[in-house]
Structures are given as structure tokens and as C-alpha cells.
Design a protein. Structure first.
Lengths: 491, 504
């Protein structure tokens, strides 16, 4: 075996290295030293992120083509790493509490393990490796969701999550077994793509695709596979919810793109464009309509993230290089905006335990900076310029209309009308914070250093990512490098 | 980049926000200083731009846009920050600078949270100026939306009456309009040129003339409706009365005075200029709608009793006239449209400023509860009369020049359809006279209705400052319309040319 192939896996190896270090430290350090678990992981992870971003990647296929190291997956890994870093920073205050004393280390270990799984999902070019990655990513997440083990909701959420995760994996594997049978006994994306292009698969292909779509749809919480989302988001500890809503979603969306475009691209208009078309409309609309009624901020963010997943999927239905770029850009912006919102929710939750939208009334009087950060996050999620969300939305819409097909224009119109609905409920939060005449419910407090640091990163991202266009330029360059490979089979 | 004078219209408001960021929330003087200095700088810059522009034109520079510059922004999609002005945008910039200047003085004593108020106010002006200097549809749209969203907080936090409802309604309706607009702009982009030469630049798209007629029809409807919502076109005008009635003084001024002009300007610059064939074919649909706005707005104003509602409906009528004139597609009518934008911008800002001042004293805006204010506050009374006369089109003030030009230009069409709508539109002048004189009679003349009003004081220095600026501008347009005509006449040439070519 050629061990030099492992050089392509530098991001995975770095995560694995940090995982082992943290594990050893947590096992052998004294009880007082273990307080530093969080800080250690965060600092190591930050350094690792910098190392990954600057080493770059040498495009190559490894392990017989099962694993690929290419520009887009590298770009996405950088983006996810930044997101995980913010999640880690934001979680420091929470894991510092007395209640967490005995299981501080596990939190970080499990988190890194899921990230490792997601990396595999992103880079897999063989369905087997993809499934292994998916499972590595989902199972530790269930443990993370149950992390507030003394809370009933947290356990309930974990049970719900594990059930749906297992169920969706079963559905996915059912679909993959069809694919295996129909492709003549290969699970390599390229072999499947060749078989699809030769027209050897028909009839059953639609069924297989539907199963695969449903299986990944569960992970992405696309409607109608979203029913677990609200309960799980509400029950899970806020750090885990924020992780689940951005990192897990981002990696699954990318894997979705690669699978559908690279492996099933040849049957894009016949087999899955219309399926995805319907699912996007449902996802955006249902997510938005349900978000309007939510009173609990975490449930609210859950439905908002359902509809945001629909917007991310627009990049897939565009099925072109601009779509790929815009999707990556959307994920990046979404990470900053959503984590900004979750940062505020968490800061307030840690301090006062208040999680309802009504508790945010008058927030600008007691905590103007938190209200400010939340306002920016809400504006960015709603797609208001000059904040980053505007650019990510308009760029993804641009990519969808590229083919000038009237049906896709209609889709964009529906998505645009939905942004108005989403603006309504995002403004409800702004209204509670700035306009409601009541006296503040949450007393004035100074949030912890780490929380403020996390929030400043998010605010800076929200303000600057859109205005600093080279970021998009870089992503575009990355997707163009892989375009020939990704879109080889697109009809 | 910073050598271009136009970019400073965006940078100064940003400096304004940065300056406010440093001020403490309690130090009113510091906040006022920042606002006064920056808004004066904007006004000065606008005057300088105007003079410079006229100099260049006088020197024989006939380029379509002057002071152009463009910097690549999102390279993969050829999105640029492209700027440039012609006569029309110069005047719009001038108008915005005057109203921002007057608005600062009109909100001299804003309360509570003065710092936040001016922060959002500055963001709003960034959007407005950015919109008028852009010639790239992407950046134009971005600035357009930048100008929309601060309205929510400005009305919601500092407004009066049922402000939460109005703020939400206004924001959602305007953003709804911009949803259609965005789709239209995306369509324009993807049809803007041959493969590989797609562009967002307005001039290039117009010169390419590449957009297929069947697509033009769809895109024209989308963009015209999108901008028409902001221009308060019937039946999308319903945000305007509620929004204006609830907004604080300076915001009503800026919104009715400048923001609604974004709609007219956008229809003119994008819908008509870039999609000329569809404009020729489909103008009639929108002539009907805007014709309804003109008459319906005027009639609605007659039955209102709240001063702000009266003025808001009158804005629907007057802004309807702007769109109406643009759709006539003749040079004279379009000149009238631009004059009307300026005239309405100034006089409606004056109206809202005065209403704010009167409301600040009497704490009511219901004309049935007020009367004889001329005796109590003669300065404000006289100003109100001047604004009223400008509105009903008294010669010597701006309204007359604008409406006269519009109707003369519209009458160039000899067919029955246009004629009948022009005649209906002309009737609105009479109705305007009815509601203006009714208000003047009730509010300013006649017996004093409420004894408490006798103790009220007349305008303070900053209020006088704010109103005098606007009145001078109104009278200036009324007395020297030629000056404006000279500024804008070149700007119509390319637009009229494309329209005639498309008609053949």
C-alpha cells in the first residue's frame, strides 16, 4: 500500500490528531488541569484550521478512487473548519459550568469525531465511504444531543434523532442497493455515472433516486423529511444545535450536490430536477410558514434553518459551476449569520435560562450590544444588504436563472416571495428587541469573554464577507478547477 | 477610486455613521455636530457636482454619462461597482442632499435614542445616494434595498400611532416589490449580451440591445411593477398612507421626498431604457394604473382628516403623475416627470416638516381639532400656504412648471386613449386645489378651535432653517425652470433614440 496517499488527507489527519490529543489529555490530566479541555481544543483547532487553509491541497484521487482530494472539497473543509471554530469558541462558557465538570472532554471528542465523519462524506467518491462518513457523523451527534443528560428534553431529542438517523440511513442504503444492482455491481460515483449515461438504468432508477434523496433529505431536514428538526433543535444543548444547524447541514448539502450532479447528472432533467423542484418549494414554504408561529427561539431557528436549507438546495438544482460556487458561498455566509444568532441565544440562555421570543422584549435597553448582534444576524438571514446574506441570496438566485428556463424563473420567484415571508418573522425578533415598549425581561449583564469573541467574529463576517468579493472569487476559482470532473456527466 | 467625486456621496454618509459610532448616546451636541457637518458637506458636494457638470456640458462634453468609473467587484459574474451621472441623476442627487440637510434640522430634538436614529438615517441616505450614482444594475439594486430596510426601525421605534403595523406593512410591501424587481434584473442580466459578454452595466445593456422582445415583455412587467410599488402605483400604494402617517418627521420627508423618487427614476432608467420594445407595447397597461393613482389619490385626500394622511394620498396622486408622464414616452412629458419628481420631493418634504412641527406643538394632526393657526404661529402658517400653493400648481412655484410640462407633453399623443387619460389626469389639478384649500381654510384660517393652542410658540431657529432651505429650492425651480431644462435635456437623447428605434 502506498502510504503517501495519506498526504491527501491532511485535514482529516489534523482533526484526528487533535481528537487523540484531547482524548489523551482528558484521560491522563489531573482534575484541575482538565478545566483547560475546552481552551486546549479550541486553540489546537484554531491552529489546525490555519494550517489546513494555508497548506492548500494537491488534487488527487486516493485509495483506488474512493477518496478524492480536490479544490471544492478543500474549500468546503476550510469553510466548515471556520464554522466549527466559532462553535467551539461559543461553547467555552457552557462547558465551563460546574454541571459539565465530568464530561467536558467528551463533548469535544464527540464533536471532532462527527467532523471527521463529515470530511469523509465530502471527499467520498464511492457510496460505501460516503455511508461510513455519514454514520460516523450522525452517531456521535446523537450522544451530543443527549448531552444535558439530566434534562428530559435533551434525552427525548436524542432518542428522536437517533431514530430518524437510523431510519434515514436504512432508506438511503435501500436506495444504494438498487443503485448497486442497476449499475452492474459498482458503487463508484464514476461507474454509476457511466451506467446512468449509457441508459442502462431506467424505471428502477427513479425509485433508487427517490430513496437516496429521501435518505439525504433527512440529514438536511428537507420537507417532508424535516419533522424531527424542531424537537431536536429545541431539546439539544444550544452549542450542539448551532453545530447541527450549520456544519451538519453544510456538509450534507455539499455531498448531495456531488452525488446528484456527478453520479446522476446524466438524468438531470428526466429524473431528479422535478423531484428537487418540488422539494425545494415545499421546504422553503413550509419552513417559513411554520417559523412564523414559533415562540421558542430555538424552535424558531429550527424552522428558519429548514427554509434556509431550501435556499442552499437552489445551488444543486442550478447544476452549474456558478451554482456550486454560490452554494459554498451561501454555506459560508449562513454559518456566520446563524452562529451569530445562536451566539446571542446561547449567551442569554446561559445567563438567565430565557429562550422565548417574548423574553427578548426591550433587550436593547438592557443589552444593546446583544440586540445589535442579533439584529445584524436577522437582517443577514433575511437577505438585507449591505449584510452578507443579501449577496449569498442574490448570487444563488443568479445561478439558478442561468439556464433561462421559465420553470426555474418561477422557482426563483417563489423563493423570492418566500424571502418576504421570512423577512416578516425575522423582523418579529427585531421588533421584540427594539420596538416592544415593555421593560426588559432579561436583566443587563456582561457576557463572557469567549461569547463576546465569538460574536465579534460573526458580526465581522456578516458585515464584510459580502463586501469583500475576493472570497467569492476564490470559491469560484476552486469550483472552476473541478468543473470538468463534477459536470462531466451532466446532460 | 477616491478621485471620483461621485463615490464621496456614499463615503460621506459612511463617515457620518462612523462619527456617530464614536459619539456617546447622551451627548446630543456631538451627535448634532456630526450630522450638521456631514449633511452640509453633502449639500456642498452636490452643489459643486451640479456646477461642475454644467461646466462640462457647456464645454461640449456630450457623453451619455459623466464622471464615470467602474471597479470590478464580483469578477466571476462581471458585477462591477460602476458609477456615472447624467443630468437627471445630478438633479436627483441635489434633491436628496437638500432633503437630507433639511431632515437633519427637522429632527433636531429627536427622542429617544438619538444616536441610533441618526445611524439608521445615515444608512438610508447611503442607499439613496448610492442608488442615484450607480449605473450597474446589481449595485443599484443593492443600494435600493439598503435604502428600504432602515425604514422599518425608523418608523417602528420613532414613529407615532399604529407604528408597528405600518412599519411592517411598508417594509413587506416594498420588499415584495423588490422581489419582482430582482427577478426582472436577473432576467435582464442573463439576456444582456451574447454568451460570454453578459453585463450588468446599464449603458452596455442598452447599447447591446440584445434582449429578445418576448422576454422584454415579461421583464418589463416585473421591473415596472417592482419599481412601481415604491412609486406608489395603484393598486400597490397602500403602504404609503399608513407608512407616512406613522413615520417620524424626517423619515416622512426623506421617504416621500426622495425614496418614492427611486421608483420613478428606476422605471425610467431600467424599465423604459433597457426594455424599449416592451415599453412601447405595454405602456398602456401602466398608463391605466397610474392614471387611476393620479385621480384616486387626489379624491382620497379630499376625505381625510389627518394631515399626514392627506399629504400621503396627495403623494400617491403626484407620484402617480411622475410614472404617468414617464409612460407617455415623449421628451416633453419625461422632462415634466423629472420636474415633477423634484417639485414633489421638495414640497412634500416641506409639508411633512411643517406637519411634524405643528404636531409637535398641538399634539394632534386632526384638522377638525385645529383652526386659526395663522394667528398663533404665523411663520409656520405662511410656510404651509406656500407648500400648498406649490402643490396645487400656482405659477412661480415648482408645481406649476412640472404639471404644465407633463400635460403639454402628454397631449402630443393624438389618439383617443392617451387623450382621455390626460384629460382625466388634468382634472386631478382641480381636485388638488379642493383638498389643499380645504386644509388651509380649516387649519390656518377661521376661528381658533382649542384655547390651549393660544399659548403655542412659533418656529424655532432650526425649524426656520429647515423650511427656508426647502422654500428657496421650490421657488428656485418655479422661477428658473430653464436652468433645470438645460441640465437634463441631453439625458433624454439616448432614451428617446432607443424608444424610436424600437418602435420601428
Amino acid at each position: 500500500m502506498d502510504y503517501s496517499q495519506f498526504s491527501a488527507m491532511i485535514p482529516e489527519l489534523i482533526v484526528l490528531g487533535i481528537f487523540i490529543l484531547v482524548f489523551l489529555f482528558d484521560t491522563f490530566a489531573s482534575e484541575s488541569a482538565r478545566k483547560a479541555d475546552g481552551m486546549l481544543t479550541t486553540v489546537l483547532f484554531g491552529l489546525g484550521t490555519v494550517a489546513i487553509c494555508f497548506t492548500g491541497c494537491l488534487p488527487q484521487e486516493c485509495f483506488g478512487g474512493m477518496y478524492v482530494c480536490n479544490s471544492v472539497s478543500f474549500a468546503l473543509k476550510c469553510i466548515l473548519n471556520i464554522g466549527v471554530f466559532i462553535v467551539l469558541v461559543q461553547s467555552l462558557q457552557w462547558t465551563d459550568s460546574e454541571d459539565m465538570k465530568m464530561r467536558r472532554g467528551e463533548f469535544y471528542e464527540l464533536l471532532l469525531a462527527t467532523l471527521f465523519g463529515m470530511y469523509l462524506m465530502i471527499s467520498a467518491r464511492h457510496f460505501l465511504l460516503f455511508v461510513i462518513g455519514l454514520e460516523t457523523a450522525s452517531l456521535p451527534l446523537a450522544a451530543l444531543i443527549a448531552f444535558n443528560k439530566k434534562h428530559y428534553e435533551s434525552n427525548e431529542a436524542a432518542a428522536k434523532y437517533i431514530m430518524t438517523a437510523v431510519f434515514s440511513s436504512a432508506v438511503l442504503m435501500m436506495g444504494l442497493s438498487f443503485v448497486y444492482g442497476l449499475s452492474g455491481g459498482s458503487l463508484y460515483y464514476n461507474d454509476v455515472a457511466a451506467a446512468v449515461a449509457n441508459g442502462e438504468m431506467s424505471g428502477m432508477l427513479i425509485v433508487a433516486l427517490a430513496f437516496v434523496l429521501a435518505g439525504i433529505g433527512f440529514k438536511l431536514s428537507l420537507v417532508p423529511f424535516h419533522l424531527w428538526t424542531a424537537d431536536v433543535y429545541q431539546g439539544a444543548p444550544t452549542s450542539v444545535t448551532s453545530y447541527l444547524s450549520v456544519i451538519s447541514k453544510g456538509s450534507a448539502a455539499f455531498a448531495f450536490f456531488v452525488i446528484f450532479v456527478q453520479a446522476f447528472g446524466a438524468v438531470y432533467p428526466e429524473a431528479w430536477e422535478w423531484m428537487l423542484y418540488g422539494i425545494i418549494i415545499l421546504t422553503i414554504t413550509v419552513g417559513n410558514l411554520f417559523a412564523i408561529r414559533q415562540k421558542n427561539m430555538k424552535r424558531f431557528m429550527a424552522f428558519s434553518s429548514v427554509s434556509q436549507a431550501g435556499y442552499i438546495m437552489l445551488g444543486v438544482i442550478a447544476a452549474n459551476a456558478i451554482g456550486m460556487t454560490s452554494m459554498l458561498f451561501y454555506i459560508l455566509v449562513y454559518i456566520f449569520s446563524n452562529l451569530g444568532a445562536f451566539g446571542v441565544i446561547q449567551a442569554i440562555g446561559n445567563k438567565s435560562g430565557k429562550l422565548n421570543m417574548d423574553d427578548y422584549k426591550g433587550l436593547h435597553k438592557s443589552n444593546p450590544w446583544l440586540a445589535f448582534a442579533m439584529t445584524l444576524a436577522m437582517f443577514s438571514l433575511a437577505g438585507i444588504p449591505p449584510f452578507a446574506g443579501f449577496f449569498s441570496k442574490i448570487l444563488i438566485f443568479t445561478s439558478v436563472t442561468a439556464s433561462n428556463s421559465m420553470a426555474l424563473y418561477m422557482l426563483v420567484l417563489i423563493a423570492l416571495i418566500n424571502t418576504i415571508i421570512s423577512l416578516y418573522y425575522y423582523l418579529l425578533v427585531v421588533k421584540a428587541m427594539w420596538i416592544a415598549p415593555e421593560d426588559p425581561v432579561v436583566p443587563a449583564f456582561r457576557s463572557a469573554c469567549s461569547e463576546r469573541f465569538g460574536m465579534w467574529i460573526c458580526v465581522a463576517g456578516i458585515v464584510f464577507i459580502g463586501l469583500v468579493s475576493p472570497i467569492y472569487g476564490w470559491l469560484s476559482e476552486m469550483s472552476n478547477l473541478d468543473a470538468s470532473q463534477l459536470f462531466a456527466w451532466l446532460g | 477610486m477616491f478621485g471620483n467625486i461621485l463615490i464621496w456621496f456614499v463615503i460621506i454618509p459612511i463617515i457620518m455613521m462612523a462619527g456617530l459610532g464614536i459619539c456617546r448616546n447622551s451627548s446630543m451636541n456631538a451627535i448634532r455636530t456630526v450630522m450638521t457637518v456631514c449633511s452640509t458637506a453633502l449639500l456642498g458636494l452636490a452643489v459643486w457636482l451640479c456646477v461642475w457638470f454644467l461646466d462640462l456640458r457647456a464645454a461640449g462634453d456630450t457623453a451619455e454619462m459623466l464622471f464615470t468609473g467602474s471597479w470590478m467587484w464580483y469578477e466571476p459574474l462581471n458585477i462591477q461597482l460602476a458609477i456615472g451621472v447624467d443630468g437627471i441623476s445630478v438633479l436627483m442627487i441635489m434633491l436628496s442632499a437638500i432633503i437630507v440637510f433639511a431632515g437633519v434640522f427637522a429632527s433636531w430634538k429627536i427622542n429617544p435614542l438619538p444616536k441610533n436614529f441618526f445611524l439608521w438615517f445615515a444608512l438610508l441616505s447611503t442607499g439613496v445616494f448610492g442608488f442615484f450614482i450607480s449605473i450597474d444594475i446589481f449595485t443599484m439594486f443593492m443600494f435600493y434595498e439598503v435604502a428600504l430596510i432602515p425604514m422599518y426601525l425608523l418608523i417602528g421605534v420613532w414613529g407615532t400611532g399604529k407604528k408597528e403595523y405600518s412599519a411592517m406593512k411598508l417594509t413587506l410591501m416594498l420588499m415584495g416589490g423588490s422581489a419582482f424587481l430582482m427577478l426582472g434584473l436577473l432576467g435582464i442580466y442573463w439576456h444582456s449580451g451574447p454568451e460570454g459578454q453578459l453585463t450588468w452595466n446599464i449603458l452596455e445593456i442598452a447599447h447591446n440591445g440584445h434582449i429578445d422582445p418576448s422576454w422584454q415583455r415579461l421583464l418589463f412587467c416585473l421591473t415596472f411593477v417592482g419599481f412601481g410599488v415604491l412609486g406608489a402605483m395603484f393598486p400597490f400604494h397602500t403602504w404609503s398612507p399608513d407608512g407616512h402617517a406613522s413615520a417620524p418627521t424626517a423619515v416622512s420627508m426623506l421617504h416621500a421626498g426622495v425614496l418614492m423618487k427611486l421608483g420613478g427614476y428606476g422605471c425610467f432608467r431600467i424599465a423604459i431604457y433597457l426594455l424599449p420594445q416592451a415599453a412601447n407595447e405595454l405602456a398602456w397597461i401602466f398608463i391605466i394604473l397610474t392614471g387611476i393613482s393620479v385621480v384616486y389619490g387626489a379624491f382620497s385626500a379630499c376625505v381625510q382628516t389627518d394631515l399626514k394622511y392627506i399629504n400621503a394620498y396627495s403623494s400617491v396622486s403626484h407620484c402617480g403623475m411622475v410614472l404617468f408622464a414617464i409612460l407617455m414616452l415623449t421628451q416633453t412629458a419625461m422632462t415634466g416627470a423629472i420636474l415633477q419628481m423634484l417639485s414633489h420631493g421638495l414640497m412634500t418634504a416641506l409639508f411633512f416638516a411643517l406637519i411634524g412641527m405643528i404636531y409637535g406643538r398641538t399634539h394632534t394632526r386632526d384638522i377638525r381639532q385645529m383652526g386659526g393657526l395663522m394667528k398663533i404661529m404665523p411663520y409656520l402658517g405662511v410656510c404651509y400656504m406656500i407648500a400648498g400653493f406649490a402643490s396645487l400648481g400656482l405659477p412661480g412655484l415648482s408645481g406649476f412648471v412640472a404639471e404644465m410640462t407633463i400635460f403639454v407633453g402628454s397631449f402630443e399623443h393624438t389618439d383617443m386613449f392617451h387623450r382621455s387619460f390626460v384629460i382625466a389626469g388634468t382634472c386631478s389639478i382641480v381636485i388638488t386645489a379642493v383638498y389643499i384649500l380645504r386644509v388651509v381654510g380649516k387649519l390656518l384660517l377661521g376661528p381658533v378651535q382649542d384655547e390651549h393652542h393660544l399659548q403655542l410658540t412659533d418656529a424655532t431657529w432650526f425649524e426656520r432653517f429647515s423650511t427656508v432651505t426647502l422654500i428657496v429650492a421650490i421657488a428656485g425651480i418655479g422661477c428658473f425652470p430653464n436652468w433645470i431644462n438645460e441640465t437634463i435635456q441631453h439625458s433624454f437623447v439616448p432614451i428617446i433614440n432607443t424608444l424610436t428605434q424600437a418602435a420601428i
